[in-house]
Ligand binder design. Structure first.
Ligand SMILES: Nc1ncnc2c1ncn2[C@@H]1O[C@H](COP(=O)(O)OP(=O)(O)OP(=O)(O)O)[C@@H](O)[C@H]1O
Ligand SMILES: [Mg+2]
Length: 367
């Protein structure tokens, strides 16, 4: 503990905060897969969160990687700044980071209590989803001024998208790959899958186009762990996984995660503590709220987001099936996805969801 307190003191000093006076100012907040977070009550009355990277993540020792850490934290800073520009207070207003062997940390404003699914009413779940959906839509119109697309990388002086090639060609290849992978899944899976699933997927990619002007800074990780609630019920988002890509695609990712991924990954040790299987309806309600807030009743937007969610769902099933074909799962994969039996049991559930996918009345096609 002494070592942790020294590190917290170092972090506070470096980030221009008052020094730590008393260990009772510090409280352990929690951890995800990559960071441990501490709440520090400053004597000014301001609460801040200090985070340190874990030494072991997904069963493997984490090696110091300066460029990767800089990309991650500069990416978080850029995302927080842009996000607060479109919706003040949605992310921590203050964010400072420092990258150095054994002394890497982040300090940020405290942004509320972790969302607890068991305490959340269905009304609150819908409202939280709607607020995030509305915020995601607003982010699509915000100018990020970053180069390239894809996940963020550190170019030596700044962050940029990992790809600088043609967005149009990239998406064309991605579309072909989705269909190819799903066809391979159908070919090898030993159970029948309704033929409408593949034809829906083909329809989905038919309308799927993207160009440079539509690249927005959006977020791939809005899991319940990263959604916080202020005492007045307002939502905050922390610990984003920023990506420069299609806003609608990441909206579809949100919907698929809450509708399907979280409830079917309850038996992976990464997520076990959340018992997502017990809160399936509530997670679905968050997804419904998100659709409402993001689409605002626009039928075209709704169809596009559903298409993206469907693509994510088919891709998830194809990927899970592929994992079963590998000889031995790595430790990391076991933590992320569960043992092979858990993965094998998940696949028919995913197939059923594809077969019963709720399309808008006019189907998959854009009018
Ligand atoms: N600014 C903040 N305000 C309040 N609580 C926070 C804040 N940042 C983090 N936390 C709490 O600490 C927990 C762990 O932090 P964080 O999500 O950053 O860890 P992580 O390991 O990077 O997560 P992941 O596995 O999603 O990458 C969060 O789930 C949240 O409950
Ligand atoms: Mg997190």
């Amino acid at each position: 503990m002494k070592e942790t307190l020294d590190l917290i003191d170092f972090a506070l000093h470096k980030s221009g905060m008052e020094p730590l006076k008393d260990p009772t100012q510090v409280q352990y907040l929690g951890e995800g897969a990559w960071h441990q977070a501490y709440l520090v009550q400053l004597q000014t009355g301001e609460p801040v969160v200090v985070r340190f990277p874990m030494q072991v993540a997904y069963g493997k020792k984490v090696a110091f990687d300066e460029a990767a850490s800089l990309a991650e934290y500069a990416g978080t800073k850029a995302y927080y700044q842009l996000a607060n520009g479109v919706k003040p207070g949605i992310c921590p207003e203050f964010f400072y980071y420092h990258v150095e062997v054994d002394k890497t940390f982040t300090v940020e404003s405290y942004a509320g209590k972790a969302l607890k699914l068991e305490n959340l009413t269905f009304m609150e779940a819908f409202q939280a989803g709607a607020e995030i959906g509305e915020f995601f839509r607003k982010m699509n119109t915000s100018n990020h001024a970053l180069r390239g697309f894809g996940y963020l990388k550190w170019n030596g002086t700044d962050i940029e998208g990992q790809f600088q090639s043609s967005v149009k060609d990239f998406m064309k290849n991605e579309n072909e790959e989705y269909v190819r992978n799903f066809e391979a899944f159908i070919r090898h899976y030993n159970q029948p899958i309704l033929s409408t699933v593949l034809s829906h997927l083909e329809d989905c990619v038919l309308n799927r186009k993207l160009d440079e002007s539509q690249i927005v800074l959006t977020n791939q990780d809005t899991s319940p762990e990263n959604i916080l609630l202020h005492t007045d019920g307002r939502v905050s988002l922390v610990d984003p996984f920023p990506i420069l890509y299609s806003g609608d695609s990441l909206a579809g990712n949100f919907v698929n995660n809450y509708q399907t991924l979280f409830p079917t990954f309850f038996n992976a040790s990464r997520y076990a503590k959340h018992q997502f299987d017990q809160f399936e309806e509530k997670l679905q309600t968050i997804a419904d709220g998100f659709m409402e807030g993001y689409c605002m009743g626009d039928a075209d937007v709704k169809r596009r987001v559903k298409q993206e969610a469907f693509i994510k769902l088919t891709n998830l099933a194809a990927y899970q099936f592929k994992l079963l074909q590998t000889q031995e799962l790595t430790n990391e994969k076991k933590i992320r996805y569960g043992e092979k039996t858990a993965i094998a049991n998940r696949i028919p559930v995913l197939v059923k969801r594809m077969e019963e996918f709720q399309w808008e009345k006019s189907g998959t096609k854009l009018a």
